[in-house]
Ligand binder design. Structure first.
Ligand SMILES: [Zn+2]
Length: 85
């Protein structure tokens, strides 16, 4: 018997150096596999179940994600330069 573990790829948090990024994932990546994130950053995957510490948003990734899904982009959204207000 096996246990089937469902991973909602839209809910996967990609954290690099305390910043949450987004990527288009078609399947769960294997540990060590490299992922290209929307902002252009590429890094290899490791998994953890540890709770997240303070994490900031990668605004370029967030902007790309919102546009791809047709979500509203509030006028206060940080622009794609990655600057934080
Ligand atoms: Zn990013």
């Amino acid at each position: 018997m096996t246990v089937r573990m469902h991973i909602d790829l839209d809910k996967v948090h990609l954290i690099v150096d305390g910043r949450r990024h987004r990527a288009s994932l078609s399947s769960a990546p294997a540990p060590g596999e490299e992922i290209d994130m929307f902002c252009g950053l590429t890094d290899s995957v490791s998994f953890t179940t540890a709770p997240e510490q303070l994490v900031r948003t990668c605004w370029p990734c967030d902007l790309h994600y919102r546009r791809a899904l047709g979500l509203a982009i509030p006028p206060t959204h940080h622009n794609s330069s990655g600057r934080e207000r």
